[in-house]
Design a protein around this ligand. Structure first.
Ligand code: NAD
Ligand code: DAU
Length: 348
């Protein structure tokens, strides 16, 4: 199978490309990525020379670039991850989120429809989305697949719109689609603008750890490899037209997770007293429209597809902390200069 993975140079995408070629080495994986600040080919060193790995520098905002990839690689299936993914960036500059997440998804659906034509049902399109489309929970309850959409940020609104497009292409054109809505991921290759890698990096650099508002917002954390395993399951066994929520039943308030990671880092780095990481915690002005609580009800995927997370939070976190400690150069590279500078330094 020739499988196009969009956003394969990003955090979840890179983990998925590696997962795919380890588990399905006979599939040809075509990584279609525009290499924004969030994309990094260094994440894919392990498969760079794999005979079934291809890289296409392409932008979802440019339909001709998608068509070229479909033609040259005879694309038979798609897993769509490419997106602008950071909520804070969407608040400061929403335009790119509309262009990539909504128009980009539309361009991809239309190209797939054109290429797959009458054989649409033989070609799977997996759309990777987020629990943020469901909005914010109070202290009780969880998001299920039938929870009404209520996105609150430009990012989540753009992802909600893309989910609706995918749904419509199934109902109208009989496209063979499955959509997943996952909770917060953590793990290797996550850009250090997101809470966990930012926190680890700031501790290592002795920089303040910004905690938004009262720190009591709750997120439901899942190790990225468990997410990849779930995507594999949904891609192969999910029912066309269905939606699957993915989550690890692992709710933490931000301040609790920050304190927990600080303690783990103190232990790793032999820090204590005035030198302890907790001393870096700094409560700052809240994120506008900050959703209070997310929690996923993952019963459907657990029952129908027999997926459950393999990693406990302690295992996933310790693997993540170790990865960032061992990859300080990676952090330095992705945070210094523009990505273009870095790309040229690495690949000429
Ligand atoms: P990321 O920001 O780390 O990576 C996004 C990738 O998409 C990058 O490689 C980037 O270069 C590429 N990209 C951006 N714009 C593009 C364009 N116009 N054309 C082609 N490529 C483009 O994102 P991530 O955290 O890995 O998230 C991947 C997907 O999973 C997103 O769709 C996101 O909404 C979804 N998701 C993320 C999480 C999470 O916790 N990170 C949770 C649930 C769902
Ligand atoms: O729920 C899934 C979503 O999780 C994905 O769809 C998004 O792509 C991904 O970015 C993530 O969104 P969040 O906004 O939940 O993640 P972020 O890491 O930005 O923030 C996690 C929580 O921590 C949130 O409540 C805001 C808070 N926070 C974040 C940062 C970056 C802070 O308190 N301080 C910070 O510096």
């Amino acid at each position: 199978m020739n499988l196009l993975i969009t956003g394969g140079a990003g955090f979840i995408g890179a983990n998925l490309v590696l997962h795919w070629l380890r588990n399905h080495p006979d599939d040809v994986v075509i990584n279609f990525d525009a290499m924004t600040y969030a994309g990094n080919l260094e994440n894919l060193q392990e498969v760079k020379t794999h005979q079934n790995y291809r890289f296409v520098l392409g932008d979802l905002r440019k339909p001709l670039e998608i068509e070229k990839a479909f033609t040259e690689h005879n694309v038979e299936a798609v897993i769509h991850l490419a997106a602008e993914s950071h909520v804070d960036r969407s608040i400061h500059g929403p335009a790119e989120f509309i262009e990539t997440n909504i128009t980009g998804t539309f361009n991809l659906l239309e190209t797939a429809r054109k290429f797959w034509g009458a054989e649409m049902s033989a070609h799977r399109f997996l759309h990777v989305s987020t629990d943020e489309v469901y909005g914010s929970l109070g202290s009780e309850g969880k998001f299920s697949e039938s929870t009404a959409y209520a996105p609150n940020s430009p990012y989540s609104a753009s992802k909600a719109a893309s989910d609706h497009l995918v749904r419509a292409w199934h109902h109208t054109y009989k496209m063979n689609v499955v959509t997943t809505n996952c909770s917060n991921n953590y793990g290797p290759f996550q850009f250090p603008e997101k809470l966990l890698p930012l926190l680890i990096n700031n501790c290592l650099q002795n920089l303040p750890i910004p905690v938004y508002g009262d720190g009591k917002n709750i997120r439901d954390w899942l190790f990225v490899e468990d997410h990849c395993e779930a995507l594999d399951r949904v891609f192969h066994q999910g029912v066309s037209g269905e939606v699957y929520n993915i989550g690890g039943a692992n709710e933490w308030s931000n301040i609790d997770i920050v304190r927990f990671v600080c303690k783990e880092l103190d232990r790793e780095l032999g820090r204590s007293g005035d030198d302890s990481c907790e001393k870096l915690i700094n409560f700052v002005t809240d994120r506008p429209g900050h959703d209070r609580r997310y929690a996923i009800d993952a019963e459907k995927i657990e029952t129908a597809l027999k997926w459950t997370p393999r990693y406990s939070f302690e295992q996933g976190l310790s693997k993540t902390i170790r990865w960032y400690l061992d990859h300080q150069d990676w952090v330095k590279n992705v945070t210094s200069g523009t990505y273009q500078d870095y790309y040229e330094r690495q690949y000429g």
